[in-house]
Write a protein that binds this ligand. Sequence first.
Ligand code: ATP
Ligand code: MG
Length: 367
Amino acid sequence: MLSDIEETLLQPVELFVAAQLKKNKYENVLQHLDNGIVLFNCDGQITFANSLMASLLELRAQDMIGCNIRQLIALPQLRRSKWKWILQVYREMMHNHKTKFEIRDDYGKYWMVLVTYAEDLDGDLLISFKDISDYKRIEETASQNDKLAILGKISAAIAHEIRNPLTAIRGFIQLLRPHLLQLGKDEYARIILMEIDRTNDIIHEFLNSSKPSAPEKAVLRLSSLLRQTVLLTESEALMKDCEISLQSEQEEMLIAIDAKQMKQVFLNLIKNALDAIEEIDGRKGEIHIRAKSEGSNAIISIRDNGSGMEQASLKRLADPFFTTKEKGTGLGLSESYRIIKNHGGSIQVESSIGVGTTFIISLPLAN
Ligand SMILES: Nc1ncnc2c1ncn2[C@@H]1O[C@H](COP(=O)(O)OP(=O)(O)OP(=O)(O)O)[C@@H](O)[C@H]1O
Ligand SMILES: [Mg+2]
C-alpha cells in the first residue's frame, strides 16, 4: 500500500530528473558545437550562450545570462570593438530585418549569422555564428582565378593582334636602316629592331605557355645590362624632366640571368619610378640606380624622389592586379617579384610618402 503511494509520488520526480538530464545533454552538445550560439527568451534576455559565443565576445557565459542587449553592451568588461560588433549585428537584424548575413569581426574573421525565431523554440530567438573565413578565402581565390582566366584570354587575343603591326614596323625600320646609317643614327635602328624582337619574344613566350617560362640563364655583365635598360627609358625620362643616374661600383660584376626577363624587371621598376615622379610637382625628378657587390651577391638599388607609398600599399606590391594607377594593370611588380625569385634573388622596398621610394634587388653573383 505504502509502496504504491511512494511510486505515485516519485514518478513526477523521476520524470523531472529524466527531463533535466536530457536538457543537460542537449546543453552539452550545444556547448561543444563549433558555432557560436546565443538564445534570447521572449523578454529579450539571454538564457543560454555557448562557450564559443562567450569567447567571441571575450566574456564569460555566466556574465551574459540574464542580460538583454542594452545590459549586454553596458557590461564594463565588454571591449569597445565587441560593443560595436554587437550593435552591427543588432542593426542587421532589427533595422534591416535580415535573418541571414555575413559579418567581419575585429580580427578580420568572417562569420555567417543565422537568426531563427520559431514556435517550437517557445518564442525564443536563436542566433548562431558560423566561422566562414575559410570559405571566404576560397571564394576570393576563385574570383581572383576567374579574373586571371579572363585576363589571360583577353591578353592572348591582344598579344596575337600586336604581332601583325610589329612585323610591319620591323620591315619598315629595316628599309630605313641605310638612311639612318647615312645620318650616323644606325644605333637607333639597332635599338628599335632589338626591342621589336624582344617584344615578339615576350608575345611568343606568352602565347606558347600558360605558365611563365623558367629563366634561360647566361652569364652577363650587370653594368652593361643596366646601361642598356637606362638607354631605353631615356626618352620617357626626358619628357618627364627627370634625370636618371647610373653608378656601378664594380664594372666586372657578372650575374647568371635571363637577360630578357631581367631587363623587364629593371624597366618595370624605372617605369614605376617615372610614374611616381610624375605625380609630384615642384621638384626635379631624380632616379639613382646603383649597383655594387656585397659578399656573394650583387645589390642593385633604384631610388626615386617620387610620391612614395603608404604602408598598406607596400604590403600589396607583389599582389597581381594591385594598382593605384588609372591605366595600370598592377602586373608589373608581381611579375618582377616572380622573375627575381626564379633567379634566386630577393627584392626589398623602402618608401616614405612625399620623399620617395627605393627598390633594392639582390642577385647571386656568378663570379
Ligand atoms: N616607385 C614607386 N613609387 C610609388 N609607388 C609605386 C612605385 N612602384 C610601385 N608603386 C605602387 O605600386 C603599384 C603597383 O605597381 P605595378 O608596377 O605592379 O603596377 P602598375 O605600375 O600600377 O601598373 P603597370 O605596371 O601595369 O603599369 C603602383 O600602382 C603604385 O601605386
Ligand atoms: Mg608598373
